[in-house]
Design a binder for this molecule. Structure first.
Ligand code: DX5
Ligand code: ZN
Length: 231
């Protein structure tokens, strides 16, 4: 298989919020592909993070695509605000959307690229009807809510099942497959091997003792160490 290299999206959840613009710029200088923005509402997930205002500040600080991950109930209420803040990509959780089809259409109408995320306990089969409508599927590799959690091992098999399901469903416009949670030099080659194309990483990058640039180099090399990329 001749796949392009995996994209890397640093999650600013683990950045120093007091120097957010500089931390975003550091990620861009280190070769990041997207900037991942984790929005949490204290309801769908226990944690409370950032909103459209800070997202707009991130957008101002970088020329990279801004990838907004909405871990919030009733995301449709805030999609126009995040699109207005300059989000290029908006991903909602399947678990938060009884009217997922409408929400996905709403993201596109708002001018952003739609994605759908599933929690570790949510089966890939729940994506069957929207798989051909979205530009990205995010397979959560931890339970969402916090950075720095341990990678859930069964995610590797789930990624393989997602790839097989997309084939079986005959999805022609294949969405990108993204993973988020516990991605580091150890897990990156394994998820890429299993079909992940976009790797979100927070603590492995912003928490590295030797700085973001070295951590990015390490993660990029680890992601390329997959047979899928080298074959
Ligand atoms: C988790 C968030 C992630 C988080 C990843 O709920 O969606 O984006 O920042 O952090 P790490 O890479 O530290 O697991
Ligand atoms: Zn995220």
């Amino acid at each position: 298989m001749n796949n392009p290299r995996a994209l890397i999206a640093p999650s600013i959840l683990s950045a120093d919020f007091g120097r957010l613009a500089a931390q975003v710029q550091e990620a861009e200088d280190a070769g990041a592909d997207w900037i991942h923005v984790d929005v949490m509402d204290g309801r769908f997930v226990p944690n409370l993070t950032i909103g459209p205002g800070v997202t707009a500040a991130v957008r101002q600080a970088t020329s990279l695509p801004v990838d907004v991950h909405l871990m919030i109930v009733e995301p449709e209420r805030l999609i126009p605000a995040f699109a207005g803040a300059g989000a290029h990509r908006i991903t909602v959780h399947q678990e938060t959307c009884p009217h997922l089809h409408r929400v996905v259409e709403g993201i596109r109408e708002a001018g952003a690229s739609p994605g759908v995320a599933i929690n570790p306990s949510t089966p890939v089969e729940t994506l069957r009807e929207v798989a051909g409508m979205v530009d990205l599927i995010l397979v959560m590799t931890v339970n969402p809510g916090f950075g720095g959690q341990r990678f859930i091992e069964s995610s590797v098999e789930k990624l393989l099942r997602l790839g097989a399901a997309l084939d079986a469903w005959g999805v022609r416009d294949r969405p990108l497959i993204q993973v988020d949670g516990g991605i580091d030099v150890r897990t990156a080659p394994r998820v890429v091997e299993a079909g992940a194309q976009v790797l979100v990483a927070g603590s492995a990058l912003y928490g590295a003792d030797d700085g973001l640039a070295s951590a990015m180099d390490r993660l990029q090399s680890a992601a390329s160490a997959s047979r899928r990329v080298l074959a």
